[in-house]
Design a protein around this ligand. Structure first.
Ligand SMILES: Cc1cc2nc3c(=O)[nH]c(=O)nc-3n(C[C@H](O)[C@H](O)[C@H](O)COP(=O)(O)OP(=O)(O)OC[C@H]3O[C@@H](n4cnc5c(N)ncnc54)[C@H](O)[C@@H]3O)c2cc1C
Length: 458
């Protein structure tokens, strides 16, 4: 039985934040009802994004609304605040945060006290000071970016179809992806597949006119599926006329020309950056201990090492992998660990409140599945290797089973079924990004697609 009112603050509404809060509201149902425990979740967006489905959302196989889970609906016994934690003073158990309202009201950050802290802001893209990257690079971590990229690719096909200038056409039909991990390979493979299909509806754009390029600094791609399956993936992508450039780096994309370390230059309007992640910068604005790589130093019980009442898991946390043969190994930043860690983390907070011993997080990596387009995939699960259709099918079954809430599962399944019956969706809603442009023009403003929007004519 809980002795006094405990205020639990969960920072982040992603895998760890949402699953921990879900677990807590189930485990501490009675305490919450009696007012002995309060759970507050602070996160910028009021939804959790199921990131493994972003490539399929970009390809148009799943609607954007169905790859996100509304936090206010699933966390109905928690207080959800749409805001951003800016710093944490754990010594005095206080977090500073801003909301859209505080920005609007020109107010400084507000303070929130807590007794137990779950710090799970995840990671951010690891970028490098490459000329032109900040101006022209496109990320692939959010649902907005995935849909923006889909619209952008189809828009490039429209530009190529309507121009007489071969240089503009060539740049529009060149798509460069940097980073051969999950996000980069799946996003490229799904979008190339979608663009190849879409080309059949253009009288003057053929699939062979498009250049799809994957740039990877290491000498292999998709390390998560093992060496053999990584090599298989390269062969499959090359068969599709996709250039896979290993041991190669992007050196510049200034002036909309991708310059590579092997000397090749590709004029392009599309440089997608998926070259890894780094811990969220919020971690540096706390008084909690971090490793040399910037993740929070955690124990296998998911407490922050040496800091009482602070917990973490997922991409933000350096959690010892107790199943690894080599001491000092940390669990990898992926969804497989994040979801399982969240369950143990939630249980452990409940154990602390009930005066019970803590559980240790132990999970041996089971392998991975990746989709490479319609009916194409690659997987390695518990040492079993799968290729082509069986891997693609396994990818769908696995992720559908992992998708949070039966409501979302049913919606995704319905969409896949409909996509199997009807033709693929090929429309680009580029104007979604500037919904007021048409009205502004009608009201006397500049015309939509005015060249002055972008000095370099994107
Ligand atoms: C395109 C893509 C595909 C992927 N595919 C796979 C896959 O197939 N398999 C796999 O295992 N893994 C995959 N991953 C990795 C997986 O999604 C991550 O490992 C997982 O999301 C980590 O969970 P997390 O809770 O630590 O972070 P996240 O899920 O990123 O959650 C962090 C949360 O914190 C919030 N936040 C950020 N800053 C603040 C702040 N200042 N204050 C409050 N809240 C904040 C964010 O908005 C977000 O809600 C993929 C990732 C990407 C980008």
């Amino acid at each position: 039985m809980v002795k006094e009112r405990a205020r639990i603050l969960v920072v982040g509404g992603g895998y760890v934040g949402m699953y921990t809060a879900l677990r807590l509201q189930r485990k501490l149902k009675g305490e919450i009802r009696r007012g002995e425990v309060g759970i507050t979740v602070v996160t910028p967006n009021p939804y959790m994004t199921y990131q493994p489905f972003l490539p399929e959302a970009a390809a148009g196989s799943i609607s954007p609304r169905h790859v996100v889970v509304p936090l206010r609906r699933v966390l109905d016994r928690c207080d959800v605040i749409s805001g951003e934690v800016t710093s944490i003073d754990h010594a005095v158990r206080t977090a500073a945060f801003t909301t859209l309202a505080s920005v609007e009201e020109n107010k400084a950050a507000e303070l929130l006290g807590y007794d137990e802290l779950v710090l799970a802001p995840g990671s951010v893209s690891r970028t490098l000071p490459i000329p032109g990257l900040a101006e022209h690079g496109i990320g692939f971590r959010t649902v907005e970016e995935a849909i923006g990229l889909r619209n952008h690719v189809i828009e490039q096909m429209d530009i190529a179809s309507s121009t007489r200038d071969p240089a503009i056409r060539d740049a529009a039909l060149t798509f460069v992806f940097v980073g051969g991990g999950f996000a980069g390979v799946e996003a490229l493979a799904e979008l190339e597949d979608m663009a190849r299909y879409t080309a059949r509806y253009y009288h003057n754009v053929q699939p062979e006119d498009m250049k799809w390029i994957l740039v990877e600094a290491a000498d292999r791609i998709l390390p998560e599926v093992g060496q053999e399956m990584g090599r298989y993936t390269i062969t499959q992508l090359r068969r599709r006329n996709i250039q896979v450039l290993l041991s190669t780096r992007l050196e510049s994309c200034a002036g909309r020309v991708a310059v590579l370390s092997d000397g090749q230059r590709f004029p392009t309007r599309t440089v997608v950056w998926t070259a890894g992640v780094k811990p969220h910068p919020l971690l540096a604005a706390t008084d909690l201990p971090r490793t040399g790589r910037g993740r929070l130093k955690c124990t296998a019980q998911l407490t922050v090492d040496g800091a009482e009442h602070a917990w973490s898991a997922g991409d933000a946390a350096a959690v010892p992998d107790v199943t690894a043969a080599e001491p000092g190994t940390e669990t990898a930043p992926n969804a497989q660990h994040a979801v399982r860690q969240a369950r143990v983390l939630g249980d452990n907070i409940a154990h602390v409140l009930h005066g019970e011993p803590l559980e240790t997080y132990a999970h041996a990596y089971a392998g991975s599945v990746a989709s490479l387009g319609w009916h194409k995939g690659v997987a390695q699960i518990h040492g079993r290797k799968l290729k082509g259709y069986p891997a693609w099918f396994m990818h769908r079954v696995y992720h559908l089973s992992r998708m949070p809430t039966s409501n979302r599962k049913a919606r995704v399944l319905a969409e896949w079924t409909l996509a199997g019956l009807f033709r693929r969706e090929i429309v680009s809603l580029g104007s979604l990004e500037h919904p007021r442009a048409e009205f502004e023009f009608a009201a006397g403003g500049k015309p939509p697609h005015s060249p002055s929007d972008d000095p370099e004519g994107s």
